[in-house]
Structures are given as structure tokens and as C-alpha cells.
Design a protein around this ligand. Structure first.
Ligand code: PMP
Length: 370
């Protein structure tokens, strides 16, 4: 090929089609808008992060691990897995660079080009991005009007899928799917059900008893939300035992870096830190939903989805950004109308500011059609 590709055309010839469409949506542009308006203290409610720094134990253990960063970490992440067993019980676990890393590795283990991957929609975008990168055929299935999942519809879509994705509590709707529905789905499909529990700590539902009854269930978890370690990129999953050796072969060697793994151990052991934040989220989730003046979908997560009609999600994001508040428009989520925003529960001052400004926007425009 050398010498035959001229400048500017190399990407067209070399890059695979699946990477030509838009990728993951990051919450940066609205931040620029706020800064252009001279606002320096910005309420960051767009990415469902924990607004507080990690537990001091996580920070100390992560820093200590850096003292030995001249050495490769333990390739099995045995200390982290042991800590997960102590925390949750004697399940089989795998870890990855964020839950995103776990999802990508599982798809690489299971999916050949053209294989089916079912996704309950609207939902988190990375399942589709990772599956398309593996040349999978996506079978999206629409959630009901209240965003619940019909098990019959799910089973139909997942009939010949190697892996199917269901997020509970769901991003961006916050909807929690009852364990009985999950169990019905598990009994009706041959492939893996990946149950994404990124936000599980913020609701009362427990899916773990299902792990012992089904060997096609994977439950994905993250340290990015309740445990305040989004920047450390630590994800893990409860898996059936048969997957473990394949996962070890398919994942990049050492899966995690030693500082992140140790920070995760420190965070997992500090239950008090996590419980304090979860209580904060539950209290504010209820208040923000009640006082924002727009309809809100019931949420079991650290965010709420707000119906801002007659504004569109995009126009409301701009209005709020000009007032120093970053939220996420849901316009990029396939399967949702364009008049929703997703708002993370932040620190007290951020939640207060959001309530004050969204009420002001509504009052300033009452009677106007957007
Ligand atoms: N699943 C869901 C539903 C998410 O919202 C996110 C992150 N926003 C992830 C997975 C990825 O988590 P991580 O930071 O561990 O990659």
C-alpha cells in the first residue's frame, strides 16, 4: 500500500466503518459555554459522578501502591478479587478498566462478526458502540412507555443473541427492573444477560440471589459512582465460573493498574463513606424531583430524567449552561423523544443552584412556546 495513499485519504482507506459514526458523547461543550459566559464555578451535573473526593482510605492505599509502581501488578488482581469476595460473598469476579473495559472484553470473548447483540433501549450507549466495533448485529428492543421492560419482547429480541444488555437502574431513565422480570428473561434465553448495575447502590433492589441460579447471568458493577473513583477507572463483574478462564485470555494483561486496584480496595472497605453519599443522593433525588417543576421519571440512581417540554433537551442544556450548570441532554439516546435532560444529584450548592435556575427559566418563559 506504501506510496499509493495520498494525504487525507489514508483514514478513508484504513479505518473500519464502525468507527466513522459519532462515538461516546462526553459532557464538555456545555462547560465551554459556561466559561464563555464568564462563569468559573460550574455545577457539574452531567456525568453522574460522585461530587465528593474519594474515601481517605482509597487515596492512601492508591498513593502507597505508587511506591511500588516500578513492578508489574499481580496479573490476577487477586487482592481486589479477595476484597470483593469479603464484601459481597463467595462469587466469581472479573475486573476491568471501568465497567466499560469489562463490557468490551466480554463482547470480544463471545461475539463473532454478524452475531446478534440485543439491547433494551433507550439506554447507555457503550453497549452498542462496543458491539458494533466487533461487527455485531444489534437487535434494539424498545422499553415500554414507562420504560419498563417486557420480558417477552426482550426474549424475542435476544433469541439468537450471544449477549444481551439490560441496565438497571437504567441510564438515562433511572428505571429499576424487578428481579422477577430478570429471572423470567434468564430462563428464556440461551445467551448471556449482562445486567448493568452501575447505579445499584442507590436503590433497594438485590439481584445477587439470581447469580446462584443461572449460569448465563453477568452483573456489571463500577467503582465510578457510589465509590467516587471515576478517575481511577475500576469496574468489575459477577460472572459464572465458566467465563473466568476465557476472560483471563481475552483481557489485556494485568487488567488494572496497581494504584487503581489498591484505591478500589480502600474504597470498598470504607462502607461508611459510601453509605453517607447514598443517603445524600436519596434525600436530594426526592427533593430535586419534587421541586424542579417538570415531570420526572421515578429513579433508583444518582440522577433523574426530567421532561423539559416544551423546551428540547438541547435548548435546556444551553439555557442551564449559560447559568453555570452542566446537565446532559438526552437527545443523543436513541429511542427517546428530544425533550428530556438527565440531571445528576450533586453537592448541596449544585442542587440548590439547579433548582433556582430551572425555576427561573420556566418563569421567565411561561406562556412562551419554545
Ligand atoms: N454502565 C452505565 C449504565 C454507566 O452509566 C456507566 C458510566 N457512565 C458505565 C457503565 C461505565 O462505568 P465505568 O466508569 O466503570 O466505565
Amino acid at each position: 500500500m506504501a506510496g499509493r495513499i495520498t494525504g487525507g485519504k489514508r483514514d478513508a482507506l484504513l479505518v473500519r466503518d464502525c468507527f466513522r459514526a459519532g462515538g461516546y458523547v462526553f459532557a464538555k461543550k456545555a462547560g465551554d459555554l459556561a466559561r464563555e459566559n464568564g462563569i468559573s464555578r460550574i455545577a457539574r451535573l452531567a456525568s453522574n459522578e460522585n461530587p465528593y473526593p474519594p474515601s481517605p482510605d482509597a487515596i492512601r492505599q492508591g498513593c502507597d501502591a505508587l511506591r511500588e509502581a516500578n513492578r508489574y501488578p499481580d496479573e490476577c488482581m487477586e487482592q481486589l478479587l479477595q476484597c470483593l469476595r469479603e464484601t459481597y460473598g463467595s462469587y466469581h469476579f472479573v475486573s476491568g478498566v471501568g465497567m466499560d473495559g469489562v463490557i468490551e472484553t466480554l463482547i470480544r470473548i463471545l461475539v463473532n462478526p454478524g452475531d446478534g447483540v440485543a439491547i433494551a433501549t433507550p439506554t447507555f450507549s457503550f453497549y452498542g458502540l462496543a458491539a458494533r466495533a466487533q461487527s455485531a448485529e444489534i437487535h434494539p428492543l424498545q422499553r415500554d412507555e414507562d420504560y419498563s421492560v417486557d420480558p417477552g419482547v426482550f426474549i424475542n429480541a435476544a433469541a439468537d443473541a450471544k449477549i444481551s444488555f439490560l441496565c438497571s437502574p437504567n441510564n438515562p431513565t433511572g428505571t429499576v427492573t424487578p428481579p422477577e422480570i430478570i429471572e423470567e428473561i434468564l430462563a428464556g434465553i440461551e445467551g448471556i444477560l449482562f445486567l448493568d448495575n452501575a447505579y445499584i447502590e442507590f436503590c433497594d433492589t438485590d439481584y445477587l440471589p439470581l447469580m446462584n441460579r443461572h449460569d448465563n447471568l453477568v452483573i456489571g458493577r463500577t467503582m465510578s459512582k457510589a465509590y467516587a473513583l471515576a478517575g481511577a477507572r475500576v469496574g468489575y463483574a459477577f460472572v459464572p465460573a465458566w467465563i473466568v478462564p476465557f476472560y483471563q485470555r481475552a483481557s489485556t494483561p494485568f487488567t488494572l493498574n496497581s494504584a487503581s486496584a489498591q484505591a478500589a480496595i480502600g474504597a470498598l472497605k470504607d462502607r461508611e463513606f459510601m453509605n453517607r453519599y447514598v443517603t445524600h443522593v436519596r434525600t436530594w433525588r426526592e427533593r430535586v424531583a419534587r421541586e424542579c417543576g417538570f415531570p420526572v421519571t421515578p429513579s433508583g440512581a444518582n440522577f433523574i430524567m426530567v421532561d423539559v417540554a416544551p423546551w428540547t433537551g438541547d435548548t435546556m442544556v444551553r439555557e442551564l449552561a449559560m447559568r453555570g450548570i452542566l446537565v446532559r441532554s438526552c437527545a443523543s439516546f436513541p429511542g427517546l423523544p428530544d425533550h428530556y435532560i438527565r440531571v445528576s444529584i450533586g453537592d448541596e450548592w449544585e442542587n440548590e443552584l439547579f433548582l433556582k435556575e430551572i425555576q427561573a427559566i420556566r418563569e421567565a418563559n411561561s406562556g412562551l412556546s419554545q
